[in-house]
Design a protein around this ligand. Sequence first.
Ligand SMILES: Cc1cc2nc3c(=O)[nH]c(=O)nc-3n(C[C@H](O)[C@H](O)[C@H](O)COP(=O)(O)OP(=O)(O)OC[C@H]3O[C@@H](n4cnc5c(N)ncnc54)[C@H](O)[C@@H]3O)c2cc1C
Length: 558
Amino acid sequence: MAYLDIPAEQSSPSHFDAVVVGAGFAGLYALHKLRDQLGLRVRVFEAGHGVGGTWFWNQYPGARCDVESLHYSYSFLAELQQEWNWSEKYASQPEILAYLNHVADRFDLRSDISFETRVTSAVWNEHDRVWEIGCGDGSAVTARYLICGSGNLSVPKDPQFDGMENFDGEVYLTGRWPHDGVNFEGKKVAVVGTGSSGIQVITEIAKKADHLTVFQRTPNYATPLRNVPADPERTAAIKANYPQVRENARKTRGGVPDYNPLPSALTVTPEERRRVFDECWDAGGFQLYVGSFQDILIDKSANATISEYIRERISERIDNPALAEKLIPTDYPYGTKRPPFETGYYEIFNQPNVTLVDVRETPIVSVTSGGVLTTDSEHEADILVLATGFDAITGPVLDMGIIGRDGETLNDKWAHGPRTYLGLSVHGFPNLFLVTGPQSPSVLYNMPLAIEDHVDFIADAIEYCRRNGVETIEARLAAEDAWVAHTVELSDATLLPETDAWWMTGGTNGKPRVCMLYIGGAAAYREICAKVVADGYDGFDVSAQRSASFAGTSSRRE
Ligand SMILES: Cc1cc2nc3c(=O)[nH]c(=O)nc-3n(C[C@H](O)[C@H](O)[C@H](O)COP(=O)(O)OP(=O)(O)OC[C@H]3O[C@@H](n4cnc5c(N)ncnc54)[C@H](O)[C@@H]3O)c2cc1C
């Protein structure tokens, strides 16, 4: 076969058909798919010392998923789905990490992963049509394809408050949590940040710390998760019907079945609306967000009904009305930030060992040797926990030093916000693929399924190139422009651009605030991708060049 005709310079041990960055859900599946099903020679580079990505790094107490585990898991192999058992409805971080380690072992993936190896540069060599990839340890390889499975939430923000260097205590980032744990017993703890991770970690620390001070900038609409032990009957019913369950999931907006929102919060009676909200509140998890009414993210008045409902339900749980006022959001619509979920979060503020500091009223001035100084007072702390979020969505790929054709850097290309075609490909960067990249459904789509869809698309595209003697595949500029415009048009029709959230870009220096996600839903997105493929990779430049040669053997492992 043509692809086994390997030119001398590409048969070296440091040349690969594909390099994959990251060994989380995306990197593990990409390695299995490309190596074991396409027979390619693949190398994975992972900055951490183990597999798991998000679930390797975020080992803070309380970390767990908020998409039901029976759905938040791979679907690509029936046996894998059957053999794994989740102990809770929403698995905790250790269990998800154990699952991903099981996947790595089951498919013998570790042997092709270089751990503790960060990709620090990736330069397109137009002459040889390969990516020249450099790593932090000084090693270098080349690859026909560069596949970024580097995550959307894998670069934590590390705020440097004045005086951090003077702090006598311990400092931890939730997104880089020590694997041997942290002892909070008898300690004074300060937590900065009240997003999803902050809410999870604060609730757990409040149970142990002598005193906990929570520094909040923006209050959140956190709603109950309602985690419970796995229900054996539900597990059995889903397992008996898994292929259909997954197919149904992929026909929804978010990749999870079982949500049946009514069309509008405004066309029902107040009593009926209340009944729906109560039912969703009691069901927990994403029910309120995606299972109540279809117009809550589109119509301001519809959103006002749910925002007000959540405010009311939160206030019932906080004893001190003045404190409730600080904890309840009033200045942005529910759902325009990624909704966090909680288990007893608001009640901890009724405990005598917990203090809330609203940094919009009394900003942090500096970190002192003994704690955190605000404009109002000094708050003592032995441990400082930073739950300050991520350089979301674009951060990991922009950190990689990617340079495309004609020396254009990805950072320059994306200086005014990301530009992709389908969230998968970038004009000027041939043979570069992004898994769940910007302008794809990504974090709005149950991510293991979003990842599988993208990796399958990428594998099919590579196979298409191999069959057709195509050496490079790349988004056409016009297709990219049209896709960016389409994603902006979709988000502009919603309330999302009103709010400063981590999935938005711009919004400062006169730049428009633009959503970095495709918000048309997974089902619509999948249809678009299927049509692109059916039309011969419409929007991609796949004109045949020299015959594409591949270093891999054709001996597929399954
Ligand atoms: C606390 C938390 C809870 C979440 N809960 C959910 C949930 O319930 N449902 C859901 O759908 N999603 C959830 N997510 C999103 C989650 O990130 C995805 O579900 C999924 O784990 C992403 O997998 P990934 O492989 O794409 O990326 P990651 O898991 O982020 O893995 C990327 C890997 O790439 C590595 N990497 C990055 N850059 C480089 C480089 N230059 N060189 C080498 N290695 C590099 C990183 O070290 C990391 O290990 C959650 C995220 C967080 C942080």
